[in-house]
Design a binder for this molecule. Sequence first.
Ligand code: KIV
Ligand code: NA
Length: 275
Amino acid sequence: IDRITIPFLHRWKQDGRRIVMTTAYDAVAARIADPAVDIILVGDSVGNVCLGFENTLPVSVAMMNHHLEAVVRSKPRALLVADMPFLSFHVSVGETIRNAGGFLQRGAAAVKLEGGGKRIDMVRALVDCEIPVMGHLGLMPQSVNVMGGFKVQGRKADEALRLLDDAHRLQEAGCFALVLEGIPAELAARATDSLTIPTIGIGAGPYCSGQVLVFHDVLGLTEGHRPKFVRAYAEGFQQLHDALSRWAADVRCGAFPGPQESYRLPEGIGEAIAN
Ligand code: KIV
Ligand code: NA
């Protein structure tokens, strides 16, 4: 496969081959991730992971375009999905189509947006313009103010039933896949079994059609509190900090640069500049 496309994802769900997705916000991360994963998401999590914001709400379409363009330049083999940031798909159908269409014109293959019932008309409008849409239900970070924090969703029967209903409505509206975030494993399993489109879980247990984690979380590049659903496969932050500290120490004691990191004048020129 030289490029992963949406039909592969549907085949993989049928074949029981799990789908792997991570985020990338620049060309370096995309190159590190690309051979390993099936889907690269330029997530609005760039806001809190890279740009120092408290949450994803301040992320704009212009910021997303900037990061998306960097990822596109790495020419990933993975399916490239661009996240629709807060307010980019709420105001009007026209604005929504222009924002999403701009992502596709920059090289994304699909967009992702948060929300269920209230967003169905927007999803339909995008699908009608040949813009593939990935849904996102459960813990939706753009709803942090409504949720009162980042909390597991769908633990009450009515919430769980609403999520299943939303999932089916998104499938009917034409979503090609759904992210399920921060919900009980049994609820994600029920959604995955009852939908034909693949589900990609994050903090949603092992029964989804695939899994997504933020790049910086998988590599241990984030400082401090690690949520329960994260498994870090490297201690990136510590390892990179240690490496930079060793270099700084070598500079301070004169051990860097050495002869092998230095250029020399050709034979005979040394005398010419000596006085
Ligand atoms: O922005 C993001 O990183 C996401 C994933 C966690 C699904 O939406
Ligand atoms: Na996101």
